[in-house]
Design a binder for this molecule. Structure first.
Ligand code: ATP
Ligand code: MG
Length: 715
């Protein structure tokens, strides 16, 4: 398609945004109004008009997936492949910079990226090393503290302790943690950004080079940038580059990770000459869905204010399903997904969105039982699975002996008789001598400071890693992974695990070999040994190389992960007080508004059909809850909803409940009325005849009643 044809397919405001001559532009617009589309067209237009070359464009998006899609869409618009264009996430771009300029960034050439779990482990060690009590100073809190400081761009010396001894201690931990990371060549996610920022700030020549290079800087989902990211952008853009940002304040959902929606106002102040463009027409959703979203978000205060309209059809009513528990809720969704599939939709057209990743399991079970293929995005990510991390830890250690988290992870896995005491001794020496665990282990052996048996075991482990390193030298990447899995004996280890779990894990290990076979490094990583590039990829892109990527399957994801995406059919499950809005937000109006924005994001993912559901009882983290329906459901105008209940006529056979055989005439999920407790729903039935007991969830709480005396009336 030529760019002229593509432009003609945009509305006027969109065309204006794409072709604007303004140096700085803010496109402020609601969901589904074409912000991402405009951004893509803008890049294509600048290239085709000769205003930019591919290497002069820096595009920042929210996920790697979005980046790949963006590049693909531009290539379609221009009809040619694009080399050299930088499109990626903030983290991905920072990583690329640090790989190229590791010297100027004061990093070892082969620095390793640490994920959150590794970070916690390092912190635990650091806290112990400072002789602080791990209970009083939990690694998790320190992690939170450090990440937040890094998001604000602060090093330990720049943090104000406010004369508070607790904060002073946190700063000490931060400092010691930095030293530990530097020793081991480790970089956490926040560090990528902070170091990327400092790299430019402190190297004038380098900054000048990049300023000259990136003449066009474009940012999608601008409302979710944090303080440091904005500073980084400003540093790069100065007043030379074209700065084009698009965002929606109503979709700011990452404040808990430091995102600052104020960056939109900041942009307006910092660049007073900017052009502000509003897009008001929504092209994604039916009028019904849009009305629901608009009504919901109207409950928030302090919005920048936008109107959204569509000239599309009204569409179907929004389904509101009340399930009697989470399992049945999942079954209902799966049932509908299958129906849509039978009617011609792909599985990939129906997405299930939930508030917390723990909710995916029940849904996964239901899908598996129904033989419907699915894929979990985010949450249980492939590269976050224990067995994958185990195998990669072996590889990491074989490549970089000083990778302490990897060392700790596998020194006694599979179990080889190296006890905690021995590991503690190794840690102690490492800390005292400021050396890696690997070096400490050697030193202990050389100085005969370990008991003979322990020394033998540790030496055998060190040899195993050396052997592994020798074996993988010169192999192709998939061969490397195969050898790692063989040499580490992990398969035998997992085979001992009971049930399907162990087999699953072995499948995953095989999948890792397949992932290695398909792996292609990013352009900037071609200099790096392939194995090192693969390890970075695994750490950075956790999950995005998951199995079955091209298979038609139902996407499952958290609402946070659904940002920017769209689906024909959307199922939002678990709309219950305490879950969504999340418990955490109950005392903080600001957080409640963020939950509402998250709900707005969810509703506006749907193109044609939207199903909202909640359950009257739910098992979460091993305990039963009897939640009230979410307030967000009440904020959607009634006339847009079609309510469906368990046992209701609209149900298909798949979701119909089993009639109880107690002879009481009651069944699970039935609505009943009690003269004192009011309306409730049957959760359990026990016993027969005169002894039948029933458990009912009333508004005031859950009660056990004897059917013969309770005087329950079925509704
Ligand atoms: P979000 O806020 O959710 O990220 P967005 O503003 O980025 O949404 P897009 O994803 O760019 O919106 O567009 C939403 C949908 O509307 C897409 O399917 C897009 O192709 C379509 N669309 C946008 N503009 C037009 C247009 N002028 N004509 C037809 N379809 C359009
Ligand atoms: Mg978008």
């Amino acid at each position: 398609m030529s760019i002229e044809v593509a432009l003609a397919r945009l509305n006027e405001a969109q065309q204006q945004a794409v072709t604007t001559a303004a140096k700085q532009t803010l496109v402020l617009a609601g969901a589904g109004s074409g912000k991402t589309r405009v951004l893509v067209h803008r890049i294509a237009w600048c290239l085709s008009e000769g205003l930019a070359s591919p290497t002069g464009v820096l595009g920042v998006t929210f996920t790697n997936k979005a980046a790949a899609e963006m590049r693909g869409r531009i290539e379609v618009l221009l009809g040619r492949p694009l080399g050299g264009m930088w499109v990626g996430t903030f983290h991905g771009i920072a990583h690329r910079l640090l790989r190229t300029h590791w010297r100027e960034a004061h990093l070892p050439e082969q620095f390793q990226i640490m994920d959150a779990e590794d970070q916690q482990k390092v912190l635990k060690r650091v806290i112990r090393g400072l002789n602080l009590d791990n209970e009083q100073w939990p690694a998790k809190e320190a992690q939170w503290f450090i990440n937040a400081r890094k998001d604000e761009g602060q090093r330990p010396d720049q943090v104000d302790d406010g004369a508070d001894p607790a904060i002073r201690t946190m700063i000490d931990i931060y400092r010691a943690y930095e030293e530990a990371c530097a020793r081991a060549g480790l970089v956490d996610f926040g560090e990528l950004l902070l170091r990327g920022y400092e790299l430019w700030r402190d190297n004038d020549d380098l900054l000048r080079r990049y300023r000259e290079r990136f003449f066009h800087v474009l940012v999608d989902e601008f409302q979710d940038t944090n303080a440091l990211q904005y500073k980084w952008l400003k540093l790069l853009v100065a007043d030379q580059a074209n700065f084009f940002v698009v965002g929606d304040d109503d979709q700011s959902i990452y404040s808990w990770r430091g995102a600052q929606v104020e960056n939109m106002q900041r942009f307006r102040r910092d660049y007073p000459q900017h052009e502000l463009i509003k897009l008001e027409q929504n092209y994604r959703s039916t009028a019904t869905i849009l009305d629901a979203a608009n009504a919901l978000i109207a409950n928030n205060t302090g919005r920048l204010g936008k109107k959204l309209w569509t000239d599309g059809e009204r569409g179907e009513a929004i389904r509101l399903y009340t399930a009697y528990n989470d399992v049945e809720e999942a079954r209902y969704c799966v049932d509908r997904i299958r129906r849509f599939h039978a009617e011609g939709d792909r599985y990939a057209d129906s997405a299930v969105l939930y508030r917390t990743s723990a909710q995916s399991r029940v849904m996964e079970d239901a899908l598996r039982q129904a033989d419907v293929p699915y894929r979990v995005h985010g949450g249980f990510k492939f590269y976050e699975r224990a067995e994958i991390k185990d195998a990669l830890a072996y590889l990491r250690l074989a490549m970089f002996r000083d990778a302490d988290p990897a060392f700790e992870r596998v020194i006694n896995l599979p179990v080889r008789g190296i006890g905690n005491r021995t590991v503690d001794e190794i840690r102690l020496v490492a800390r005292r001598e400021k050396i890696s665990l690997w070096a400490a282990a050697y030193r202990l052996i050389e100085h005969h400071e370990l008991a003979a048996r322990a020394a033998n075991m540790v030496l055998a482990f060190l040899h195993l890693i050396d052997t592994l390193a020798a074996r993988i030298a010169g192999l192709a990447l998939d061969g490397v992974l195969e050898t790692v899995i063989e040499t580490s004996d992990l398969v035998a280890h997992y085979r001992k695990e009971k049930g399907d779990r162990g087999l699953d894990r072995i499948d995953n290990l095989n999948e890792l070999v397949a992932a290695a076979r398909d792996f292609e490094p990013d352009e900037n990583e071609t200099e790096l040994p392939l194995v090192a590039a693969f390890l970075s990829h695994a750490a950075l892109e956790a999950g995005e190389g998951q199995a079955g990527e091209f298979e038609d399957c139902v996407p499952l994801m958290t609402l946070h992960a659904a940002k920017g995406l769209e689906f024909t059919n959307v199922f939002m499950v678990g709309l219950e007080e305490g879950l969504f809005p999340h418990q955490r937000s109950s005392t903080d109006p600001g957080q409640l508004e963020e939950e509402r924005r998250l709900c707005y994001v969810g509703l506006t993912r749907a193109r044609r059909r939207l199903t909202l559901s909640h359950a009257e009882s739910r098992r979460l983290h091993g305990a039963d809850f009897y939640p009230q329906a979410s307030r967000f459901l009440r904020e959607v105008p009634r006339q847009l909803l079609e309510e469906v209940r368990v046992g209701g006529a609209a149900l298909s056979g798949g979701a119909r409940l089993i009639e109880e055989t107690s002879g009481s005439g009651l069944f699970l999920g039935q609505r009943v009325m009690h003269r004192t407790f009011g309306e409730g729903i049957v959760l359990h039935l026990e016993g027969r005849g005169a002894h039948t007991r029933v458990q009912v969830n009333f508004e005031g709480g859950v009660k056990w009643l004897v059917v013969a005396y309770a005087g329950l009336a079925a509704l």
